[in-house]
Design a protein around this ligand. Structure first.
Ligand code: C2O
Ligand code: CU
Ligand code: CU
Length: 461
């Protein structure tokens, strides 16, 4: 374990930390982590010829790496903070020990500049997840800190290729430089939309994939704001998983609405002929926007949709609805006159939103009051009521929940960690409280999260 005491770093400055992070001795290497994420500032070209100054990544020299872990196998990840501000990293959707969940003060202290924090956990579920900071979250994510996290199945599902697409916008001006990350009037409504759409930090990239091959395409919507309808054009395929959980029946790859934090996995059958293109598109009222293209390359592998094997379900406990207790959560405006507290994890300076009439005061040391207390092992039905005219993708850490019903639409009984609540929608979801700890619950429109729409629930052992 790299042990940089804070004092050493402050005395030595960032140079010392950099030297440390770059060149461990043999002794340190013997104890090295499986993965190292070096949280760094960098200049990077998103718009051709106009490098964006002051991006942030989990790598010093390019986009965040795709983290690949194995289901049921312990992983260690060193997060080396080379920023000049605190950070902390959360593993979105992973049901792991609370101390590894990466929420400032609730589960750990922020990682100070120059410090390294070692995360160690065993992912119980396979699928498509992602990782991102939970400190100064709007700015750090806006500058680039979102990465795809893949947990590979214990048994290989046998795809010919596997392609994660990290889908997000950046707010850049015509000169390629960041413009303001949000506008207060938008934060009090639907959120502030980006100006440049990217996939894996590229505008409309082309990926070569085997002709006639079965490809696992993993869409990760890591944007701070955009709720979108996504689709595939030019290939047959199947929708195989949503939010890391295999769907009970393979579905044709129709359009799917994804909100910030959500993921979908498609099995795509690439065209047989070389050089054909498949498009991943964002549906828009004024015409589709192509986000990425997949190009068939090489001799056809001649695969068929019927070659697809269903993915094994994740070991998520089935809710016991007969004996469930109902808990109410109301997402609404914040009561007047609520100023957020200053925090080393940043504040947007406004409070607009609340959960159960309580606006989150910011990421500050406790003691903090949970919105609800659950008993380990019991089933709960959460009644999620959106009393606002805006959409809110509600995310709960640490557990997986099942969609039960909505007052606005029919919902499939999917297992997820993020449920999109439409305007004035009430949804019921159920979960088995099987992971003890204090778990954050918040809207994943980060401007909402950072202006009050955050809280936590406690699962007591
Ligand atoms: Cu994706 Cu609390 O986070
Ligand atoms: Cu999360
Ligand atoms: Cu929201």
């Amino acid at each position: 374990m790299i042990d940089l005491s804070r004092r050493e770093v402050l005395l030595g400055g960032l140079g010392t930390a950099a030297a440390f992070a770059g060149g461990f001795g043999a002794a340190a290497r013997a104890n090295s982590a499986d993965h190292v994420l070096t949280v760094s500032r960098l200049d990077h070209e998103i718009m051709p010829g106009k490098p964006t100054v002051g991006m942030m990544s989990f790598s010093p020299d390019g986009p965040p790496p795709v983290l690949r872990l194995k289901q049921g196998r312990e992983a260690t990840i060193d997060v080396v903070n080379m920023l000049d501000e605190a950070t902390v990293v959360h593993w979105h959707g992973l049901r792991i020990a609370n101390a590894m969940d990466g929420v400032p003060y609730l589960t750990q202290n922020p990682i100070e500049p120059g410090e390294t924090f070692r995360y160690r956990f065993t992912p119980p579920d396979a699928g498509t997840f992602w990782y991102h900071p939970h400190c100064n979250t709007l700015e750090q994510i806006s500058r680039g800190l979102t990465g795809a996290l893949i947990v590979e199945e214990e048994t290989d599902p046998g795809f010919d290729a596997d392609l994660p697409l990290n889908i997000r916008d950046f707010r850049l001006g015509g000169d390629g430089q960041f413009i303001e990350f949000f506008k207060p009037r938008n934060a009090a409504r639907g959120g502030t939309i980006g100006t440049v759409s990217t996939v894996n930090w590229q505008e409309n990239p082309v990926h070569d994939l085997p002709s006639g091959g079965l490809v696992r395409l993993r869409l990760v919507v890591s944007d701070v704001t955009r709720v979108g309808s996504f689709g595939l054009e030019g290939a047959d395929g199947r929708l195989i998983a949503i939010d890391s959980n295999p769907v009970p029946e393979l579905m044709p790859p129709g359009d799917v609405i994804l909100s910030p934090g959500q993921r979908v996995d498609y099995a795509v059958l690439m065209p047989e002929d070389e050089g054909r293109q498949v498009q991943v598109v964002l549906r828009r009222p004024n015409g589709d926007r192509v986000l990425a293209r997949l190009r068939s390359s090489g001799h056809s592998l001649g695969r068929r949709i019927k070659d697809l094997k269903p993915l094994a379900a994740n070991p998520v406990a089935q809710p016991d609805l007969q004996n469930a207790e109902v808990l109410d959560f109301v997402f609404g405006w914040s009561p007047e006159g609520n100023a957020p507290q200053a925090s080393i994890c940043g504040s947007l300076g406004y409070t607009f939103w609340s959960i159960n009439r309580i606006a989150w005061q910011g990421d500050v040391p406790g003691p903090l009051e949970p919105l609800a207390i659950m008993k380990q092992g019991k089933t709960y039905v959460l009644r999620l009521r959106n009393e606002t005219p805006n959409d809110h993708p509600i995310h709960l850490h640490g557990v997986t929940f099942q969609l039960l019903s909505s007052n606005k639409r029919s919902v499939a009984p999917l297992f997820t960690d993020t449920a999109l609540l439409l305007s004035e929608e009430t949804m019921e979801v159920a979960l088995v409280a099987d992971n003890p700890g204090d778990w954050a619950v918040h809207c994943h429109v980060i401007e909402h999260q950072k202006t009050g729409l955050t809280g936590f629930v406690r699962i007591e052992a």
